[in-house]
Design a protein around this ligand. Structure first.
Ligand code: HAM
Length: 449
């Protein structure tokens, strides 16, 4: 048997419904914020990610899927969305031909060659936004508010927003020098990766998974203490806007994020529900004012974030938030003879084109087995075709929950279904009676209570 690759998932059945639901909420939320959907290729030139994400980041040095295509080009499967979107922004001169800031969102698969474990996949799906063309701190707060509001809409409660600032280029450089001096006497005590980071990107030592508990790292100087006036003011404004938007946050002075392109605001949103495990960062992002110019575009400020959809679904499961129901269909068409079957084909077509969810029989099962199949598919109504009835322009319609059966004139069938499906929707889930709204006359659960 050929099986799927490590760290990849087949998503189907009720799981797939959850993904679709979350996707639909994302689409409608982004519409409210006026972020436009963008799709960029899954593979890009390797150089894009080396220049975009930083030569020294873990993702680029250890985790990319790189290959040469048949034309000997160096290709990389995208490990994240930002670099590709900035490439697209520059390539299509969006800085000149679209209203600024350009606000974009994406949902797509990313590839990282990680050691597979819970919450760490090799094929992962991210939803992210990039707001390109403004340094306004209000935009930093807006970007943070998107995942916060998404989680609110999905019903997630146990989340924590952490923010920090790295300051602008100047502040970052001052801080970097201080940190190098501070770490110098104790480099030997750091893990092998951090020894390398010390020369290439010392800030990353602060959030090293191995070293971050060490006292030396805990007591390290903080980026926040080395900000110039402009950077301080930017951070103050971000905090002010978050408060105005009623978003709770914590300041985490050790938060630096894993990718090289950040400056000013960085943030992460963690899941705190019990059982989540250590890979509990649902969303992360920040400001990256230098990336557009580093990739060959004009000096342009930008801010964005991405979240892992798989981790969000896990959080929903752990918080026991039910977002998807088993599939149901409005009607299941049943038949036995060939003429009935032909009528079923016409009827299914007509009903589907009028907005009904319809399924029928495809494997020559007898009527008894068709009743079972209708139950498995969660059919609300059974349309039982019979040659004699059809001659008289009649169809037997059975309500599959009350088991009541009626003969309905074919011309009247759609009105009948419309009316009765609405009643079904309003009916009490357990007794199928129609209680007056809010009258509390249903006593089905009295004993349980
Ligand atoms: P990131 O922190 O690398 O940032 O990834 C964002 C989110 O993707 C993580 O918080 C996590 O939920 C999810 N994620 C990352 N790696 C994995 C994995 N191996 N398995 C499952 N989920 C994963 C970025 O990718 C930046 N591009 C975010 C950004 C956009 N910054 C500015 N704009």
């Amino acid at each position: 048997m050929i099986t799927k690759q490590k760290g990849c998932h087949d998503i189907y059945g009720i799981e797939a419904k959850k993904w679709k639901y979350v996707n639909s909420i994302i689409d409608s939320l982004c519409e409210k914020y006026n972020y436009q959907y963008i799709r960029t290729p899954i593979f890009e030139s390797s150089e894009l990610f080396h220049r975009g994400m930083g030569e020294t980041t873990d993702v680029v040095t250890k985790e990319t899927y790189d290959f040469k295509d048949r034309g000997e080009r160096n290709i990389t499967l995208r490990p994240e969305g930002t670099a590709g979107i900035i490439r697209s922004y520059i390539e299509h001169k969006m800085y000149g031909n679209m209203p600024q800031p350009v606000k974009l969102y994406y949902i797509g698969t990313m590839y990282r060659y990680e050691r597979p474990q819970s919450g760490r996949d090799r094929e992962l799906t991210q939803f992210g936004v990039e707001a390109i063309g403004s340094n306004d701190p209000m935009l930093d707060a807006e970007v943070i508010s998107i995942p916060v509001n998404l989680f609110k809409l999905l019903g997630l409660k146990e989340i924590k927003v952490k923010i920090n600032t790295l300051g602008d280029k100047e502040s970052r450089e001052t801080y970097k020098k201080t940190l190098i001096e501070y770490l110098k006497p104790n480099i030997d005590t750091l893990c092998e990766d951090c020894k390398e980071r010390y020369t290439k990107n010392p800030l990353r030592i602060l959030d090293c998974k191995i070293d971050h508990e060490k006292e030396m790292i805990q007591n390290a100087p903080k980026t926040i203490d080395y900000l110039n006036e402009a950077s301080k003011e930017h951070f103050e404004q971000v905090k002010k806007y978050l408060t105005l938007m009623d978003i709770d946050y914590e300041i985490d002075t050790k938060l630096v994020r894993g990718l090289d392109y950040y400056n000013h605001t960085v943030f992460e949103i963690e899941a705190h529900v019990e059982g989540f495990g250590s890979n509990n960062v649902l969303a992360g992002g920040g400001r990256y004012n230098g990336l557009v110019s580093a990739l060959g575009g004009p000096e342009t400020d930008a801010v964005g974030f991405a979240l892992g959809l798989g981790r969000v679904i896990t959080a929903l499961d752990l918080e026991k938030i039910e977002i998807a129901k088993e599939t149901t269909v409005d009607a299941f068409i049943m038949y036995v003879s060939q003429t009935e079957k032909e009528y079923a084909a016409t009827l299914a077509q007509e009903l589907r084109m009028n907005g009904f969810q319809v399924d029928t029989e495809y494997t020559n099962r007898g009527l008894k087995a068709q009743f079972k199949q209708a139950d498995r598919l969660g059919a609300k109504f059974l349309l039982i075709l019979n040659d004699e009835d059809l001659k008289n322009d009649i169809i037997k319609v059975k309500n599959n929950s009350t088991k009541e059966e009626e003969e309905v004139e074919i011309d009247y069938l759609m009105y009948y279904l419309d009316e009765h499906l609405l009643e079904e929707e309003e009916a009490c889930d357990c007794c199928h009676e129609h209680h007056e709204h809010g009258s509390g006359t249903c006593h089905c659960h009295d004993e349980e209570e």
